[in-house]
Ligand binder design. Sequence first.
Ligand code: CA
Ligand code: CA
Length: 208
Amino acid sequence: MSGHDGPSSINIIERKRIAKLAEHLSKSTHFAAKEAEHLLHYFYKKRLRDKDKMDRITFRHILHVSFQISDDFLMDRIFRAFDKDNDSHISMEEWIEGLSTFVRGTKEEKINFAFVVYDVNGDGYISKEDMFPMLKASLVKMPTEEDPEEGIKDLLDLVLKKMDHDKDGRLSHVDFTKSVCNDSLLLEVFGPCLPTTEAADKFMEEFQ
Ligand code: CA
Ligand code: CA
């Protein structure tokens, strides 16, 4: 087994590089250097061959298996929230920075994260167009006698009535923050986009 880098063995240069990056990232995230290092080793095992990047399929698999998040649309949105430079891959930095909010984020960080997830077209507002597919997905899971389109419109009106504080027909970051501060359940009003505390703790247990 000597001198051959199988998927589970990392050479000394790579080890050093990972340790250095972990040390650096521990300064800007909620992870200790050792935790970041372990999370990067996990990333290293899951990354694309010969590239320091994780693809969408692998990321979605982790969301599903480790965090029990399985809604197709939202998994892609969470991927986009992690993929800050929008290159359709997760880099090592994006992995640690995203996870920091995902499993240890402050209330403010989680609000910002959920807002990015829900602002589907990225124009800085959660508009009716953004909400529609997410509310539709949540309604489909609740069987109802009603016309689903009508049900979605009713839900939209309800959400806006409760959350659109400046009454311009869409949710600004201020509207969203205000609403979540009044009622923390509204943080995930358009569907699960963050892990439960239990899932987050369980995930982190592996990296102590
Ligand atoms: Ca990226
Ligand atoms: Ca938008």
